[in-house]
Unconditional design. Structure first.
Length: 79
């Protein structure tokens, strides 16, 4: 019998795939779920959030992602 997964768990798994820099495979393995499950959850969330809206991420996470992108762009520029 399969265990029911909470909506919060699904949303967090999808958020990790979108923001952590890790692959969906890595996140699935870390969480003990299948890649297929995460793909299904992402589709559900996309439908729920009108597929044009992003999952809300914290301001701290957004800043971290932007800093990472800025660093990469500076490295590319310097080359």
């Amino acid at each position: 019998m399969k265990e029911k997964v909470s909506d919060e768990f699904k949303k967090e798994a999808v958020r990790l795939v979108l923001t952590s820099g890790k692959t969906q495979r890595q996140i699935a393995k870390e969480l003990g779920v299948s890649e297929w499950s995460i793909s299904t959850w992402k589709k559900e969330i996309d439908l729920e959030h009108d597929s044009n809206k992003e999952i809300k991420i914290s301001a701290e996470e957004r800043i971290r992602l932007l800093e990472k992108e800025k660093s990469i762009l500076r490295q590319e520029r310097d080359i």
